[in-house]
Design a protein. Structure first.
Length: 137
C-alpha cells in the first residue's frame, strides 16, 4: 500500500493526484518546486515501475514541467530523481531563475527552506491545480 515518505510529507504540501503520481509542492518559497511521487509501494527506482507506468510517469512529468514553466515563466527547469536521503521514488521539478538565491548552483542544501504562508500555498495550489486534472483520492 502506498504511503508518502515522512520527509516528503514534512517538507511538502499535497496538491492532489494525477493518474499515477501524487503531486506535491515543496514548502520553500525561494523556488517554485514541485515533486511527483508514483503512488506505488516500495518503489525506489524508475525501472521498478512497469513499462506502462514508466510511460505514464514521463507523461505526467512532461505535463507538470510544461505547466509550471508556463505559469512561473522560469529561465530553466531542473528535473531530478536523486533519492539518496529519501529512498521513495520521487521526481523533483524546480523552476529556476537567473536571479534566484542559489543560481546557478543546485537548490539542495544550499539555503534553509523558507516556508510559504497559508495564503501563498492556496494561491499556488489554485494556480497549478486549475491547469492540471487532479483527483483528491
Amino acid at each position: 500500500m502506498f504511503k508518502l515518505h515522512s520527509q516528503l510529507n514534512a517538507d511538502s504540501v499535497i496538491l492532489g493526484n494525477l493518474p499515477l503520481c501524487q503531486l506535491l509542492l515543496v514548502n520553500d518559497q525561494q523556488y517554485p518546486w514541485f515533486v511527483l511521487v508514483p503512488r506505488r509501494a516500495d518503489i525506489s527506482e524508475i525501472y521498478q515501475l512497469s513499462d506502462s507506468e514508466q510511460q505514464i510517469l514521463w507523461q505526467e512529468s512532461s505535463l507538470v514541467s510544461q505547466t509550471i514553466m508556463r505559469l512561473f515563466n522560469g529561465d530553466k527547469l531542473n528535473v531530478a530523481a536523486i533519492g539518496n536521503l529519501v529512498p521513495q521514488l520521487h521526481i523533483h521539478h524546480v523552476v529556476r531563475f537567473k536571479d534566484d538565491v542559489s543560481w546557478p548552483s543546485p537548490v539542495w542544501g544550499k539555503y534553509p527552506m523558507i516556508n510559504y504562508s497559508s495564503e501563498q500555498i492556496k494561491k499556488i495550489s489554485q494556480k497549478v491545480v486549475s491547469q492540471l486534472t487532479l483527483a483528491d483520492d
